[in-house]
Design a protein around this ligand. Structure first.
Ligand code: SAH
Ligand code: SF4
Ligand code: F3S
Length: 477
């Protein structure tokens, strides 16, 4: 059973919120404006969900938000450690902030999230980036009021640092400020126990711990009361949801419970580990009316020796068998996956097996990554067989194979009428609206801006590799 942060500790944090409010009132009296915060998220949906909590806490403490560092009194970067380029981006931004802080020494710079949960990174920040005022890890998020208050009142140059090493407890009832009021992420569990040999996540997020179904359902009901209708259930491996709870529950039962909540129109979830994908879950996806017929099932590689080195605990045969089952039970399922290209020890021939699995499954979409060495993981000790050029060549071949499949899959949508939840203006063309189908495909179409946040029917007229175009038919009732 997961441990929870004690009620007294949460109440203590509320005391710091009041203290920050006082500081902010004083700030407003002196400067004639409210202090502004800029937040930036570098990681996955869980990281994004954490940023929403950070913003919830800050809003309660009297801050408002701005879009750029130039306007900000406080900058908070919520970092990611999964690949080196995510870390490099943050260090690049810190360099720019150093100059900014020289002319505005009162500015507070905060770093949080997965990257700072690693010792070698906090050392580097302490030595090279002394202008960072506040560093807090993934397990210390609930303590933000106390840490920020310390950073706002400290009169020495030392940064306020809180990187708890513990596997982490669950903190319920942290305030949250969401950007979108129609769609929401709801974390059902935290951490990961799988220790895939390339992956840093278990080290920075701690062991798996599930929230009780009661807390999850309560959060979703309150979201629905506020107009939300699309819920994405989040966890690093949602298929092992509930294993640590005293309740008689698993993920299949949980999504059946969410499916019963009135007002929830779409349920999505990620991520599923193939080894834990149960028949019960496949049945639940097939039978629950509001669960989107969409499954993200990361395969990572198609060769059995590589899968074993990755510590994935399934073979390509196991994986393909599960995919077959899914396709039989849910013929209109939309499938996606993650692939790592250039895992150490992988040979040219072994990579052919990855291309083979892509062709066999025919995913709607894949997310492909070039392997990035993560310090402290078992794979970091392995040697490469392929050169960097060969790895890039494989990466491009993978995209080529997948692009052809994605386009073919999208072509099959032409002529269909699809239900879309309209997100708003299209990112690429302000004259178009953009939204997603049940299967999560992006659809762009012309329509009135008032349709944002509504479900509409759209006739698909044209397919591209990554998106669809359509014509507005009518609003859904
Ligand atoms: N828990 C999820 C996702 C974790 S991270 C899962 O198991 O699927 C998201 C993706 O990043 C992974 O699926 C993997 O494809 C990729 N990834 C993780 N570590 C990586 C590394 N060291 N180098 C490159 N890609 C990596
Ligand atoms: Fe990383 Fe594997 Fe856990 Fe996913 S399941 S977060 S890839 S260790
Ligand atoms: Fe997510 Fe990156 Fe952390 S992928 S869990 S933010 S390491």
């Amino acid at each position: 059973m997961a441990e929870y942060i004690e009620k007294e500790d949460m109440t203590r944090q509320k005391g710091f919120v009041l203290k920050i409010k006082e500081l902010n009132n004083r700030f407003a009296q002196e400067k004639g404006r409210v202090p502004l915060v800029k937040t930036e998220t570098y990681g996955c949906q869980q990281n994004e969900n954490d940023t929403e909590r950070i913003r919830g806490i800050l809003k309660d403490a009297g801050f408002e938000f701005c879009d750029t560092e130039e306007e900000a009194d406080i900058v908070i970067y919520n970092t990611c450690a999964v690949r080196e380029n995510a870390e490099q981006k943050v260090f690049g931004r810190l360099g720019i902030l150093k100059h900014m802080k020289e002319s505005r020494p009162d500015m507070i710079i905060g770093l949080c999230g997965c990257m700072v949960q690693q010792k070698h990174i906090t050392e580097k920040i302490r030595k090279i980036h002394k202008h960072v005022d506040l560093v807090f890890g993934t397990h210390a998020l609930y303590k933000l009021p106390e840490l920020l208050y310390k950073a706002m009142t400290k009169n020495n140059k030392r940064s306020v640092v809180d990187i708890e090493d513990s596997a982490g407890k669950i903190a319920e009832d942290i305030p949250i400020l969401r950007d979108d009021n129609k769609k929401a992420w709801v974390s059902v569990m935290y951490g990961c126990n799988n220790f895939c040999s390339y992956c840093i996540v278990p080290y920075v997020r701690g062991r798996e711990r599930s929230r009780t179904s009661g807390a999850i359902i309560k959060e979703i009901k309150s979201l629905v009361e506020n107009g939300c209708s699309e819920i994405s259930l989040l966890g690093q491996n949602v298929n092992s949801y509930g294993k640590d709870l005293d309740e008689d529950i698993d993920f299949a039962k949980l999504i059946r419970m969410v499916n019963e909540i009135e007002g929830v129109k779409r349920i999505r979830f990620m991520t599923s580990h193939p080894k834990d994908l149960s028949d019960d879950l496949i049945d639940a996806i097939a039978e629950c009316e509001n669960v989107c017929k969409q499954l993200h099932l990361p395969v990572q590689a198609g060769n059995n020796r590589v899968l074993e080195q990755m510590n994935r605990k399934y073979t390509r045969e196991d994986y393909l068998k599960k995919i077959d089952k899914v396709k039989k039970k849910i013929p209109d399922i939309s499938l996606s996956t993650d692939i790592i290209v250039g895992f150490p020890t992988e040979t040219k021939e072994e990579f052919e097996d990855t291309l083979d699995i892509i062709r066999r499954v025919e995913y709607d979409n894949i997310f492909s990554f070039i392997y990035s060495r993560r310090e402290g993981t078992p794979a970091a000790k392995l040697d490469f067989v392929l050169s960097e050029d060969e790895i890039h060549e494989n990466f491009n071949r993978l995209l080529e194979v997948q692009n052809e499949i994605s386009k073919r899959k999208n072509d099959a949508y032409v002529g269909r009428i699809e239900k879309i939840l309209v997100d708003g203006e299209s990112k690429n063309d302000k004259n178009m609206l953009s939204g997603r189908t049940d299967s999560s495909k992006i659809v762009n179409f012309k329509g009135s801006k008032e349709l944002a946040g509504k479900y509409v029917k759209v006739k698909i007229t044209q397919a591209h590799t990554w998106s669809l175009n359509g014509e507005f038919v009518e609003e859904c009732i």
